[in-house]
Design a protein. Structure first.
Length: 318
């Protein structure tokens, strides 16, 4: 199967498709398509080549698009309104449910999906400034930047959310928890305001327990801790963004310094001290890692490019 990389282009309201050519070490542009104002998040149903992409505006919603992997073209199949502009999307129960959160509206939803059509929401919850939602089996975790916590739920086969016990896992006060990456018995969180990666242990029945944390800010950056409502673009403030596990490395992005930090992960999931700080695209809000952990693709809010890098044995990006 052709390896296709998708990038959201909020300024244009489109999604670009790029083919990963491993032999040449290149990203090959295929197509840019879609009419998706402000699209900054999407999720891919890989087995069915369906893309669920959020769009903003007076009537925000989610569009279902079919991906042609040969040409990269996206063909719109349907649209469904949502209760707010979405910040993050994920799929659960083999693509039968779409989950999303809205930072501005402070709500999260579960929508049923039938043959690519998104139906009315069947579950809803509220926390301030929700930034991320991820699912693993019947477990669902939603990160609230505004309340410094991770809400924890059980998702029934019918798409109904019920709280785990305890309902929330804490993050340090004022840290601005942002994105979460799940990996078996461990979960990893990156903070926006304090520049820290935190490991949580995942209990067999789902709840998260904080373990160790590591400062992932590049040494000597001179950046100060940030806070809700502050503007990192107007001052030298910490501005953490995204997080992914890549083999024996945990990768995190920081926008003020435009770097990706590589932190070693032990066999039991414990975090070591950062080993590499790699420069990348300007203001790297989002990035992704290939399934084998060999390549990293980064886009930046102040960049018009997608950068393909190889993850080296020492954690650096080439």
């Amino acid at each position: 199967m052709s390896e296709v990389v998708l990038t959201a282009n909020p300024g244009e309201g489109t999604i670009s498709a790029l083919r990963l050519d491993r032999a040449a070490g290149q990203l090959v542009p295929l197509a840019t398509s879609g009419e998706l104002p402000g699209c900054g998040t999407f999720v891919i149903d890989e087995p069915h080549d369906l893309v669920y992409a959020a769009y903003k505006g007076d009537s925000p919603g989610v569009a279902t698009l079919r991906l042609d992997r040969a040409t990269g073209e996206l063909t719109e199949l349907s649209r469904s309104g949502t209760g707010g502009s979405l910040t993050y999307l994920c799929l659960a129960h083999e693509g039968r449910f779409l989950l999303g959160v809205s930072y501005g509206a402070g709500h999260g939803w579960v929508w049923p999906v039938a043959q690519g059509v998104v139906g009315p929401a069947i579950s809803e919850f509220s926390y301030r400034n929700l930034h991320c939602i991820v699912a693993a089996g019947s477990r669902v975790y939603a990160v609230s930047l505004g309340e410094d916590l991770i809400a924890q739920f059980h998702l029934s086969p019918d798409g109904i959310l019920s709280p785990l016990e305890p309902l929330v896992a804490p993050a340090p006060r004022g840290s601005g928890p942002r994105h979460l990456s799940l990996d078996g018995e461990n979960a990893y969180l990156v903070t926006e305001f304090s520049g820290v990666a935190i490991r949580y242990e995942v209990a067999p029945h789902g709840p998260l327990t904080p373990a160790e944390s590591v400062d992932v800010l590049i040494p000597g950056s001179g950046l100060a801790p940030s806070a809700f409502g502050w503007d990192p673009g107007a001052a030298a403030l910490i501005w953490g963004a995204d997080i992914w596990r890549a083999g024996r490395w945990l990768l995190t992005s920081e926008r003020s310094t435009s770097t990706i930090t590589s932190t070693p992960v032990a066999a039991d999931g414990r975090l070591g001290e950062p080993a590499a700080y790699s420069p990348t695209e300007l203001q790297p809000r989002g990035f992704t890692v290939t399934a084998d952990g060999a390549y990293v693709i980064v886009v930046g809010e102040r960049s018009a490019h997608a950068a393909l890098s190889r993850l080296e044995a020492d954690g650096s990006l080439t």
